[in-house]
Design a protein around this ligand. Structure first.
Ligand code: XBP
Ligand code: MG
Length: 253
């Protein structure tokens, strides 16, 4: 089957949002609620084992906060905390503080020109996706994507494949007609679980992850004159990922 569509993860893949974005926003929300919780860079790396912000707060309370007695309205508290965190995060993005990763804008533009269909499959909140696309890519970047599968639209978040199945269903595409882009072990499990061949670009939080079954594992997508590092896979002599290379990988794998 010919390549028809590219499906992108968001956090860690389109931009390095976790350490200086989401983490900081969680901490600002905790402060606003008068909580003495502070997620430092190392702790946040451990918390990333669980996808989804609300799920991550619960995981922190259950696994890292011994002795904490949950209030009767704990569920409500988590929901409010998370809403506040989303406000802080989208405000941060609107200040243009988090740029797209190397090669992302170039590859998206090239893919559009080549007539490939584009989609997003992420566990993050929809508002976060639209803000990131607008402020880190382009004013109209939301319109570049035919489907944005995000947040709680499926109950089982990554590593479950459900979010990819949802996107495929909306696009009426077979997994064999797509390629996915991920940055983490949980993300790769999700996309491969949906039967989609996947390229991995790692980041600081995912360098130690295992990526069995990935088409290639790279430092980033690279740019002309700014070659990416290749950890596995064959770039056929190129220093960066382009549509031609994606088609080769799609056909050969
Ligand atoms: C990353 C996530 C998200 C973000 C926080 O998802 O797990 O939970 O860390 O966003 P992906 P929310 O890499 O699949 O985009 O607080 O909105 O959940
Ligand atoms: Mg990710």
């Amino acid at each position: 089957m010919a390549l028809q569509a590219l499906i992108f993860d968001v956090d860690g893949t389109l931009a390095n949002t976790e350490r200086d974005g989401h983490r900081v926003a969680f901490n600002l929300a905790f402060q606003e609620f008068g909580l003495e919780w502070d997620w430092d860079v190392d702790l946040y790396g451990k918390l990333l084992a669980v996808t989804g912000g609300k799920e991550r707060i619960r995981y922190f309370v259950d696994s890292f906060l011994s002795g904490y007695i949950k209030p009767a309205d704990f569920d409500d508290m988590v929901a409010k905390l998370h809403k506040t965190k989303t406000r802080h995060y989208t405000e941060m993005l609107s200040g243009g503080r988090i740029p797209a990763r190397p090669g992302v804008r170039r590859l998206l533009e090239e893919a559009r020109q080549a007539g490939l269909r584009l989609a997003i499959a992420t566990t993050t909140t929809p508002d976060n996706v639209t803000a990131l696309l607008k402020y880190s890519l382009a004013e109209d970047a939301v319109d570049w994507f035919e489907v944005i599968a995000a947040g709680d639209i499926v109950p089982a978040k990554k590593p479950a494949p459900d979010i990819y199945f949802w996107a495929l269903e909306k696009m009426k595409l077979d997994p064999a007609e797509c390629l996915a882009f991920e940055d983490s072990e949980n993300g790769l499990k999700s996309s491969l679980g949906a039967g989609i061949k996947t390229l991995v670009t790692i980041n600081d939080y995912t360098t130690d992850h295992e990526f069995p079954g990935a088409l290639a594992v790279l430092s980033d997508l690279g740019e002309p004159g700014q070659a990416c590092q290749v950890f596995s896979g064959d770039l056929h002599g190129k220093g960066y990922v382009d549509v031609d290379l994606l088609r080769q990988w799609h056909e050969s794998a």
